[in-house]
Design a protein around this ligand. Sequence first.
Ligand SMILES: *[C@@H]1O[C@H](CO)[C@@H](O)[C@H](O)[C@H]1NC(C)=O
Ligand SMILES: *[C@@H]1O[C@H](CO)[C@@H](O)[C@H](O)[C@H]1NC(C)=O
Ligand SMILES: *[C@@H]1O[C@H](CO)[C@@H](O)[C@H](O)[C@H]1NC(C)=O
Ligand SMILES: [Zn+2]
Length: 473
Amino acid sequence: MRISPHHLFTTEITFTLILFLLKDTVIAQQEGASVSSGSNVGGKSYNCDPNTCQVSKDCLCASKNPPNNLLPQDTPQFVTITFDDSVQPTLIETAYDLLNVTFASMQYTDFSLVQEWYSAGHEVADHTFTHVGNPSESEITSCRTMLNSYSGIPNGKIQGFRAPFLNFTSSTLNSLKKLGFTYDSSASAIPDDAYWPYTLDHGMANNCWSGICDIQIPGLWEIPMYAVPDATGIPQLMDVYMAGSPEDVSKWSTAAFDNHYNGGRQPFGIYIHPTHLTAYPGLPDPKPKLDGLISFIKSIASKQDVWFVTNQQLLQWMKNPVKVSELKDQDYLKCQQPVINKEICNGLDDNGNGQIDEELTNNCNFGATTFKTCFNCPGTAPTLDNPTPASSVQNGTAGYRYPIPDNCDTQWWDPVQNTCLCTSSDCQYKDTALPFSTTGSGGKDGSESSASVSSIAQSTAYIALATSMYAWL
Ligand SMILES: *[C@@H]1O[C@H](CO)[C@@H](O)[C@H](O)[C@H]1NC(C)=O
Ligand SMILES: *[C@@H]1O[C@H](CO)[C@@H](O)[C@H](O)[C@H]1NC(C)=O
Ligand SMILES: *[C@@H]1O[C@H](CO)[C@@H](O)[C@H](O)[C@H]1NC(C)=O
Ligand SMILES: [Zn+2]
């Protein structure tokens, strides 16, 4: 699969097809399709003093206004696109055909596809091992451990979490803090509480109806999920395109976006279960919904000062908010791909022959279940309690794959040679950024700053690992 910058937004959308949720027919279980409103039932009201809670002390109060007293017109309009659930191979093959997809039931996420996703510049986040509500700590750690071991994502780059079914408790959030996560993104923001991301030092300012607002978790960020109210005012959260005709959905989404854009410039989110936009025999053709979503994304992307970012990029900006005119100078917002002149197993087409990691990935087979990885296959099938069973190939023998160390990033790690191909600051990168709109310059040459638009189309995937179809049907 090629990632072509010339298809910036097509690429984004086709990525919807590679992450996969096997429960689209089980509407009752849909993750947070619409959200409850009402506030502070059973919780004290949110109280946070911005004079003492400051970003320099890893604290930020919930607010509808931009951080650092930035004026809205100087503030970037960030948009995050997130994809939930597992990653399956039949979907990636047809990503560029958008809808020509065959249904395959596989138990595990395909780890080499996750690695491709990450290496292309997107973020990978934790969504538990077996996709359960109110997850235990081992559900959270097993997912992270497997993403590290089989997709080669450095532990420090797996910073985010979303609870399956958006079902979390204070114990979930306390676990995240204890396990060293940077943020949660499971809370719902109806327009009344559409706050910028904030830390949980002084409680949660969203989801108070669930009685969770009294928590105090210093330094853990919440990136609320921003709802789109439908025609009757009901907030729709994930898969808004499932709630009405493409025309209606586009109208609601545009109105919700404009509220942020013309208001406090709070980030706007598009939360997708790719399976809903994927064609399956016997189900209605999702193409009109997909087309509607693409045209909505194009319409907001063509507005000035709109940037599509990952949650991690958003938080980097929150910690050091700069004016939109300075965004293109921020290193963490650059679209860079490493230049490596031989094919290594890193999720990229390093030698430019149109194939990614050819003849380098391992096929791990466990009866009905298979997955590909650049790393060692486990000797037995992973389980919740033993997510990374020992490999039968030993260190130092032929075929052994070396695990990624925390001081090398995935794109540069050669697991066969046990080498990090970037160990200094002069590593070669190529810039893959392109301006989207003709009304402004993108990040690439930065020749003009009066009309800046996003050149960034990065997004975050929340990955649950063992979402077999049987779990949902
Ligand atoms: C779908 O994919 C199959 C197998 O790759 C191919 O034979 C078929 O022509 C494709 N159909 C469309 C509509 O592209
Ligand atoms: C949350 O998940 C737990 C564990 O799966 C379940 O018992 C509970 O009913 C769920 N709560 C909601 C509100 O769905
Ligand atoms: C592999 O073996 C070498 C030599 O015994 C050792 O230094 C190294 O730490 C081992 N690496 C792993 C990943 O086990
Ligand atoms: Zn999910």
